[in-house]
Design a protein around this ligand. Structure first.
Ligand SMILES: Nc1ncnc2c1ncn2[C@@H]1O[C@H](COP(=O)(O)OP(=O)(O)OP(=O)(O)O)[C@@H](O)[C@H]1O
Ligand SMILES: [Mg+2]
Length: 240
C-alpha cells in the first residue's frame, strides 16, 4: 500500500492494494500515475470517470445488458484489437447508454495504460460528443485544438462518440461523419456510439443517412437500453 492509495479509483481491483502483489519500494505508485495520465487524455467527463464493472448497479432494467458488458470487459483488449464496434441506443434518457459506453472505455484504459501501448501523449480511449465535434469542425476547424482532436479521432484505438445523430444534421455533418467512420473502419479501429435514436431514424436522409448507418453497423454489438430514468431515481434519493 502507498500513501497515494487513499484517493485512487483503482482500490476496488488493485492487487497491490489488496496485498496480493508486492508494490515497488518507491513511496509513490507508478500504476496510479499512468492511470491518471491516461484518463486525463481520454476526456471522459467527470461523472463517468468511475463508471466501471465494480461500480455497476445491476437491476431488472439492465441485467441482460450487464451480462454482455461483463463479457466484453473480461475480454477487452482482444475486443478492441479486433476492431469491434458498439451501438448503445434507446429513446428514454438516463437509462445508462453513456454509462455503459464509459465502462468499456474505462476498462480498456485500465488494461492498456500499464503496457507499452501508452506513451503519455496519445490517448488510449477518447470521449467525444457528436454535436460538439460537428460544431467544432464547422466553425473552428483551423484551431489547433480541433486539428489535434481530428488527428486523435483518426488514430485512437477506442473512440466513444456520444449521442451520434443529435444536433442539426446537414450535408456537411453527414460528410464529416462518413470520413471519420470510413477511416476508422478501414484501419480496424473500435468505436462506441450511443444514441437516443433508433437505426430506422438514424438511417433517414435528413439524419446520418444510410451510408453512414451501414458503417455504424459494421462488426457492431448493438444493445438497447430501456427502463426508468436513473437521474430521476438519484434525485429522489436526494429527497427531491
Ligand atoms: N448501471 C449503472 N450503475 C450505476 N450508475 C448508472 C448505471 N447506469 C446509469 N447510471 C447513472 O445514471 C445516470 C444516467 O445514465 P446515463 O448518463 O448513462 O444515461 P443515458 O442513457 O446516456 O441518457 P441520455 O439519453 O440522456 O444521454 C448517470 O449518472 C449514470 O452514471
Ligand atoms: Mg448519454
Amino acid at each position: 500500500m502507498y500513501e497515494d492509495c487513499k484517493d485512487c479509483i483503482a482500490t476496488k481491483w488493485c492487487k497491490i492494494y489488496k496485498g496480493e502483489v508486492q508494490g515497488s519500494k518507491n513511496p509513490w505508485c507508478s500504476a496510479k500515475y499512468r492511470l491518471e495520465e491516461a484518463l486525463k487524455l481520454s476526456r471522459i467527463p467527470k461523472i463517468y470517470i468511475e463508471a466501471n464493472i465494480y461500480n455497476y448497479d445491476v437491476d431488472k432494467d439492465n441485467q441482460e445488458n450487464y451480462k454482455i458488458i461483463k463479457k466484453v470487459v473480461d475480454n477487452i483488449i482482444e475486443t478492441v484489437e479486433g476492431g469491434t464496434n458498439f451501438f448503445f441506443y434507446g429513446a428514454s434518457p438516463g437509462t445508462g447508454k453513456t454509462f455503459n459506453a464509459s465502462v468499456i472505455i474505462n476498462h480498456y484504459i485500465y488494461k492498456s495504460c500499464l503496457t507499452s501501448r501508452f506513451d503519455f501523449e496519445n490517448p488510449l480511449g477518447l470521449y467525444i460528443v457528436y454535436a460538439d465535434l460537428i460544431d467544432d469542425l464547422r466553425y473552428r476547424r483551423d484551431q489547433d485544438y480541433v486539428q489535434n482532436t481530428l488527428r486523435l479521432i483518426n488514430q485512437v484505438p477506442l473512440l466513444l462518440i456520444d449521442d451520434v445523430g443529435s444536433g442539426s444534421n446537414s450535408d456537411f455533418s453527414r460528410e464529416q461523419t462518413y470520413i471519420i467512420m470510413n477511416n476508422r473502419i478501414n484501419n480496424g479501429l473500435s468505436t462506441i456510439y450511443t444514441s437516443n435514436l433508433s437505426i430506422i431514424e438514424l438511417k433517414k436522409s435528413d439524419n446520418l443517412g444510410s451510408r453512414n448507418v451501414s458503417r455504424l453497423l459494421n462488426n457492431t454489438i448493438g444493445l438497447e437500453f430501456k427502463g426508468d430514468d436513473r437521474r430521476v431515481k438519484s434525485a429522489r434519493r436526494a429527497g427531491l
